[in-house]
Design a protein around this ligand. Structure first.
Ligand SMILES: Nc1ncnc2c1ncn2[C@@H]1O[C@H](COP(=O)(O)OP(=O)(O)OP(=O)(O)O)[C@@H](O)[C@H]1O
Length: 328
C-alpha cells in the first residue's frame, strides 16, 4: 500500500486540458506554484472531487476517486473563506468538528494554535480579513481532514496581516498531522510554509523539489527579491562576522537568508560552523519548513519554530519554475 497522496488526473475545459500526476509524501506542506491559468485551482478541485475528472487519487493507499466530495476526507480552504454567515466563530468551527466527530480536546488545540479563543462568540461578519482566514482554516482543520487543500488562503491580505497569520498557519497545519497542498503565487509564502514544491504549467506538473526550498542562491540576493522577502543574504564569509552566540553547521556552499529585522536580535545570530565553537561543532542543522533546529548545547537540541525567521538556500539548483531542475 503506497503512503502519501498520489494522483493522476485528466479533464478538459474549452481551450484548457489538465493532465497532472504526482506522488507526494503523507506529511508536510506542499506548495503548488505556477502561472495564472496553469490549472492549479482546477487540480485542487479535481482532487477534492468538486470537478469531474478521469484518473485516480489515492491517499495512503485509499482510493478517493471517484468518491463524492464528502466521503473523501478532504478539507478545502478557498480564496474567499466562505464562512457560514448565520453562525458565529464557534458555530463555524464546530460545524466541521461535529460532522467528523472530532475530539473536543483536538478542536481546543486548533483554536489555541490559531489564537481564536477570544473570538469564539463573535459574529463572522465582524471579523477582520486575517481573522476570517484563521477561522476558515480552523473550520477545515476541526473536521479532522485526511488531506488539506488550500487555494491561496492568504490572497488579498496585506503584508502585515500575512506576516501575522503565517506562523499560525504553519503551526496549525503541522499539528494537524495531515498532508497539505496549497496554491500560492507568493514566493515568501512558499519560502516560509512549504517543505516541498510542485510547479505547474499548461495543465501539467512540470517540476518538483524536496525541502529545503531549492532556489538558486543567486536567485535570492538580488535587491528586488531580497526586499520582497524582507531579507538580507548572509554569505558564509559575511555571516562569520556576526558570530557571537550560536553556531550552525551548514554546507559551505549554502548561505543563510535571514529577515532583516532579526539580524540584530541576540538569539538570532548564526554563523557557519566551519569556524564554529564547541556548541555547534560537528552537529548538523535540521530544516523543516521555517523550523530550524540546531544544537543549543552539546546534549540538547532546541526547536525554534516560528521564533527564528531564516531560511537556508542551497547553491545547487534543485528546482526551477521552468521545470528543468532535478529532484534529487
Ligand atoms: N468551469 C470552467 N469552464 C471553462 N474553463 C475553465 C473553468 N474553470 C477553469 N477554466 C479554465 O481552466 C484554466 C485553468 O484555470 P485555473 O483556475 O485552474 O488556473 P489557476 O492556475 O488556478 O489560475 P490562477 O492562478 O489565475 O488562479 C484557465 O484557462 C481557466 O480559464
Amino acid at each position: 500500500m503506497s503512503e502519501g497522496l498520489s494522483f493522476d488526473l485528466a479533464l478538459g475545459h474549452p481551450g484548457f486540458t489538465l493532465s497532472a500526476s504526482a506522488d507526494l509524501p503523507g506529511q508536510g506542506i506542499t506548495a503548488l506554484v505556477g502561472p495564472s491559468g496553469s490549472g492549479k485551482t482546477t487540480l485542487l478541485q479535481a482532487i477534492a472531487g468538486l470537478e469531474a475528472a478521469a484518473g485516480h487519487v489515492t491517499l495512503n493507499g485509499r482510493a478517493l476517486h471517484p468518491l463524492p466530495p464528502h466521503k473523501r476526507g478532504v478539507a478545502v480552504v478557498f480564496q474567499n473563506a466562505r464562512l457560514f454567515g448565520h453562525m458565529d466563530v464557534a458555530g463555524n468551527i464546530g460545524f466541521g468538528a461535529r460532522r467528523r466527530g472530532t475530539d473536543p480536546a483536538a478542536v481546543a488545540r486548533i483554536v489555541a494554535a490559531l489564537d481564536l479563543g477570544p473570538l469564539m462568540g463573535r459574529s463572522v461578519s465582524r471579523l477582520s480579513g486575517g481573522e476570517t482566514r484563521r477561522v476558515a482554516l480552523a473550520r477545515a482543520l476541526a473536521a479532522s481532514p485526511d488531506l488539506l487543500l488550500l487555494d491561496e488562503p492568504l490572497s488579498g491580505l496585506d503584508a502585515a496581516r500575512r506576516d501575522e497569520i503565517l506562523p499560525y498557519l504553519s503551526r496549525a497545519i503541522r499539528a494537524a498531522g495531515c498532508p497539505a497542498l496549497f496554491v500560492t503565487h507568493d514566493l515568501e509564502e512558499s519560502l516560509r510554509l512549504a517543505d516541498r514544491h510542485l510547479a505547474m504549467d499548461g495543465g501539467r506538473i512540470t517540476g518538483a523539489a524536496r525541502r529545503p526550498l531549492a532556489l538558486r542562491l543567486d536567485d535570492i540576493p538580488d535587491d528586488h527579491m531580497a526586499r520582497r522577502l524582507g531579507a538580507q543574504v548572509l554569505r558564509p564569509s559575511q555571516a562569520m562576522r556576526a558570530a557571537e552566540r550560536w553556531s550552525l553547521v551548514i554546507d559551505p556552499a549554502s548561505a543563510i537568508v535571514m529577515r532583516a529585522e532579526r539580524l540584530h536580535a541576540p538569539d538570532a545570530l548564526i554563523l557557519p560552523a566551519r569556524l564554529g565553537n564547541a556548541q555547534g561543532a560537528g552537529r548538523a542543522v535540521e530544516i523543516c519548513g521555517q523550523d530550524v533546529v540546531w544544537p543549543s548545547s552539546l546534549s540538547d537540541f532546541a526547536s525554534v519554530a516560528g521564533g527564528l525567521e531564516c531560511q537556508i538556500a542551497i547553491r545547487r539548483p534543485l528546482f526551477r519554475l521552468d521545470g528543468t531542475g532535478d529532484d534529487s
